[in-house]
Design a protein around this ligand. Sequence first.
Ligand SMILES: [Zn+2]
Length: 307
Amino acid sequence: MNVHTLTVALPGGSVEMPYLDAVGDRPGPHLTVIAGIHGTEYTSIAAAREFAAGLDPVRMAGQITVVPVVNVTAFWARSPFVVPEDGRNLNRSFPGDPHGSVAEILADAVTTTFIKGSDYLLDLHAGDLPEALEPFALYDESPVEAQARELALAYGLGHVVRQSRGERTVGGSTSAIAADLGIPAITAESGQNGILDRPSVERHLRGLDNVCRWLGIFDGPPPEPSAPVEHEGWLWLRTDCAGWWEPAVAVGTDVAAGDLLGTVSDLLGDRVQEIRAPDAGVPLFITSSPAVGEDGLLMGLALTADH
Ligand SMILES: [Zn+2]
């Protein structure tokens, strides 16, 4: 097992990103696992650390690279969503730009060093500090999407979302750029609200083990086939005005078109906006903090597949 550090030069300094490389005794695919693109999604970071610590090259085929904390400064600053230096979401900054802002420089370093050259990519996430979340995996439309979907099914979470190219709610993400490079990839989400809870970590660890057995990197029977709810795209609902957000539904529940999803009121309690479901679907993440700004993100509503 080889321990490395990627040093990324930034304006006014540099950042050090530790990672681990395990090369098996037998030939096989190269799987890259990254976490901590968002620095406060602790269940995913914990799972990547434990997974890396448990690797045994003698008992594996191929190669596994694990980067437990990509957004290093956000991790130390306990900063949700963004890279503290420039306030930009790293997962909207791929493939990156070596001459751009800090987020773009980091994205470029990750694309160049870790994503290119991988045969498969798993990007581990959770609901961020103010986000409740139902476990799900996401993949993007691409020529390799059938394999990406298989990765999502092997990971074994309850919901899977496919994002078509034309309707990419999330552009500039790791899985989107990997798809563009022809590398099957998924974003896997388990955990919420910055809480380091054991069941969410173990859900990620089971997913990692399943994928490694599915790829033949680990010995053992292929994972039990999972039958998640598969969604075709999703809608990210936002508020018109700043206010006190109160969801009327929980993550993971089926909602019908027109159902009340929540309300926004002013600080004295007068209702200023009702949020209703534009279509049938399942909220997979919901902002759990009542404080939402103008145009603030409220929830991700995954659309029922026969939509
Ligand atoms: Zn995330």
